[in-house]
Design a protein around this ligand. Structure first.
Ligand code: ADP
Ligand code: ZN
Length: 735
């Protein structure tokens, strides 16, 4: 699906055009240019069977279709045409991730009503009443509204999504089951003012921001790794790079892990530039999404703060991309299009001449290696801003703790927490496990409750009084008798989760105000953020949380972090286990002592001599990265080699294995480039949502063009039935 090099910039009415749609078809479709003609890159509405779909004019039509059967595009949509660099970006990211173009286009058009004229629109939500009589069609509409929660739709969008006629929706409006409201047209975002005063920068902050301002000003592509401990002022520095982009009349994008997109952060942006930026995240309504999409395309949104998919918005003139907490695993999308937003940010910037800032206290080994080799510029902020100093780090040897059953907080940690409470300070207890207990076991027969559809144990969530599967989200009531042997009242929780730790803390510290932060206790991400802000303002003495709380939140009065189980992430054979544990522990420890009071981090561990645990305590991080780099180099794995994960899945296990074995035997295209294939073997989680999963791993030299070989290899088989083959380039997870 390459765009022809000779494609003209404009097509007269009736000329043959090739249109890319987001429909799951493996080719472009030929149409005749609509009335008035169209530009290359224009968004058009075209007939497809009985439907109307949206597409992008990708080039001249192929002309391999019976010309008398070629239909005319209906119209050009009122949206800025997709720019050449965006088309390039989609094509090259499709090539890199081995994703079909239509799936890439879907990522780039995640906004409703793209073709609607800019005017007032009536939007539809669930109304207060029930329909007088329920029909299938009506049920579909109500299901659609329930499924999309608080998003709002026009009449047409709702009818289309539900697969019913608009009269069905109108009927529901009359009966009050669907409410109709007026929603304002898409407004431009207020102009941001880069000339408002910045904070007075320290010397190394000033040097870093001057370098970045120059780099942005130059208009050339480049990537900078901005390293500095939590609290060293990385945000202050990259906001100055944003200012430079705004002054140059270019757009800027700041990517954050979803959970780090806090009110506190937005307030800082507002203080620096006078207004709030555009926010692109999963909680944005359809109307907000549409507004952001359109305004970015018209250059009327200068700064976007968003989660990873903000990378696929139609920027007109992008000059800067910041990837904050660049090592964060949420930048890798693990479903649908398997892409790393960090890597795709670098690709996008290299196409449009933008600068990339990768900010982190604990960079990924990939970025560290690129900085080492000189591919990326490296800037360091060496100390915390102001009086704050790095926390003191210690281990607590749990072999000496001799805790009774069902207790996880050692005496040492307990007395340290008590000291903080007595001093009017905050303490945090950290455990990276959601729910109440990871295992529910029958004391009579030893049975462990598992998920019906996945090869995973179910986790007790006591607040919901349910067992939940963390793979597929399925839940069931807590059983009172064993599902295997029927024994009554013998089911028991084993091991701690964040909720159970909260319970223990309530016993150990009966007078303390304890806040347990678990994502499933706060219905929405917003409610959770509000709770975190209340805690930061002093609303709790002890904070108990999972890695949610490790991401970018600022607790000024927090002076102690106790890690309940520092060994947790070291189990398993994941090549990044050491790196991830190091990053997480450092990040969590960094929560302590952000303001004037120095902080302490204490790690409970059964293996204090473990090299990773020891390196976490070391002041010098470079040693850790160098040792990791040497290990990966020796093993020929990323970033010193190429890797792809292959997941074959389906409901019928023998078929899944047959296909995987067949593929493994047909390894000619891979061997031709010197790539090796490992497996097939059942995936560590061998069944998810009723589908069996078999994994293979392909490894190759750094210099090999692996994607081409992989697609030639995969093209040798036809997928029958419900079999699926997913190729995960640079896999981050191996479950
Ligand atoms: P990081 O992004 O590295 O975690 P931040 O930029 O959030 O660090 O800075 C930590 C805190 O210190 C913030 O409250 C920030 O406003 C403050 N700060 C950092 N640098 C300065 C400065 N030069 N002047 C005033 N306050 C600063
Ligand atoms: Zn499940």
């Amino acid at each position: 699906m390459r765009q022809s090099q000779t494609a003209p910039e404009y097509f007269d009415e009736g000329a043959l055009i090739g249109v890319l749609t987001a429909e799951p078809l493996d080719r472009m479709l030929d149409y005749k240019a609509p009335e008035g003609g169209c530009h290359l890159g224009a968004f058009v509405e075209v007939p497809l069977g009985p439907r109307k779909v949206i597409g992008v004019v990708w080039g001249a039509g192929k002309g391999d279709w019976d010309i008398t059967k070629v239909r005319a595009a209906y119209r050009v949509l009122d949206a800025a045409p997709m720019r050449l660099e965006m088309r390039d970006f989609l094509r090259r990211s499709a090539d890199y991730t081995l994703t079909p173009m239509n799936a890439m286009l879907r990522l780039a058009t995640r906004a409703p009503g793209l073709g609607d004229p800019p005017s007032m629109r009536k939007i539809h939500r669930r109304g207060p009443s029930e329909p007088e009589r329920m029909t299938d069609a009506r049920q579909k509409v109500l299901n659609t509204l329930a499924e999309y929660g608080d998003l709002s739709f026009t009449l047409k969008e709702l009818a289309e999504l539900a697969g019913v006629t608009t009269s069905v929706v109108k009927g529901l409006v009359e009966q009050g089951a669907v409410a109709e409201e007026d929603s304002p047209r898409d407004l431009p975002f207020p102009r941001l003012d880069p000339s408002l005063p910045s904070k007075e920068l320290t010397e190394d902050q000033a040097m870093a921001s001057a370098y970045l301002a120059d780099a942005v000003q130059s208009g050339n592509y480049g990537t900078t790794l901005l390293r500095g401990v939590t609290g060293s002022g990385k945000t202050e520095v990259y906001l100055e790079a944003v200012a430079a982009a705004l002054r140059a009349g270019r757009q800027a994008l700041v990517l954050l892990p979803e959970i780090a997109l806090t009110a506190e952060f937005l307030k800082r942006v507002q203080e620096r530039f006078g207004h709030r930026p555009a926010e692109w995240h999963s909680g944005a309504t359809m109307t907000e999404r549409r507004r952001i999409w359109r305004m970015i395309g018209q250059g009327q949104a200068q700064l976007v703060i968003g989660a990873r998919s903000a990378l696929f918005l139609p920027y007109q003139n992008l000059g800067l991309i910041v990837v904050d907490e660049e090592h964060d695993t949420s930048y890798k999308q693990e479903e649908g299009v398997l892409y790393s937003a960090r890597d795709m940010a670098v690709l996008r910037a290299s196409i449009c001449g933008a600068h990339v800032v990768l900010a982190s206290a604990t960079p990924s080994l990939e970025s560290w290696a690129n900085a080492e080799s000189g591919k990326y510029k490296r800037l360091e902020l060496t100390s915390r801003f102001g009086p704050a100093v790095m926390p003191t780090m210690k281990t607590i040897d749990m072999r000496d703790a001799k805790l009774p059953a069902n207790r996880w907080v050692s005496e040492v940690l307990k007395s340290e927490v008590q000291k903080r409470i007595d001093a009017g300070e905050q303490a945090m207890l950290f455990i990276n496990r959601r729910g109440y207990a990871p295992i529910t076991l029958c004391r009579a027969c030893g049975h462990q409750v598992g998920c019906d559809d996945c090869d995973a144990r179910m986790v007790e969530h006591r607040f919901q009084n349910r067992l939940v599967c963390h793979q597929c989200g399925e839940s069931k009531e807590m059983p009172t008798k064993c599902p295997s042997c029927d024994a009554e009242g013998r089911m028991a929780p084993v091991g701690p989760g964040v909720e159970r730790l909260g319970e223990e803390a309530a016993v150990l510290f009966p007078d303390a105000r304890i806040a347990t932060l678990s994502s499933d206790m706060y219905g929405s991400a917003r409610a959770l953020k509000a709770e975190i802000e209340a805690i930061a303002a002093g609303g709790a003495d002890i904070v108990i949380g999972t890695q949610l709380v490790a991401k970018g939140h600022n607790f000024p009065n927090l002076t102690l972090v106790g890690v309940i189980d520092a060994d947790l992430g070291l189990q398993g054979s994941d090549l990044r286990a050491a790196e991830r544990t190091f990053q997480l522990m450092r990040q969590v420890a960094g929560r302590a002592g952000r303001a004037e009071k120095p902080g302490t981090a204490m790690l409970q561990t059964y293996q204090p001599e473990h090299p990773v645990i020891r390196s976490i305590l070391e002041v010098d991080e470079e040693g850790f990265w160098r040792a990791q780099a040497a290990e990966r180099k020796a093993a020929g794995v990323p970033p010193y080699g190429r890797m792809a994960g292959i997941i074959v899945s389906g409901t019928d296990l023998p078929q899944v294995f047959d296909l995987a074995n067949h593929l493994a035997r047909m390894d000619g295209p891979l061997r031709a480039v010197g790539a090796q294939i490992f497996g097939p073997a059942p995936a560590p989680i061998a069944r998810v949502r009723g589908r069996h999963r078999v994994r293979m791993l392909v490894k190759a030299d750094k210099t090999v063009a692996l994607q081409g070989a992989l697609s030639r290899w995969a093209a040798q088989v036809k997928l029958k039935g419900d079999l699926k083959l997913a190729i995960d380039i640079d896999p981050q997870n191996f479950y």
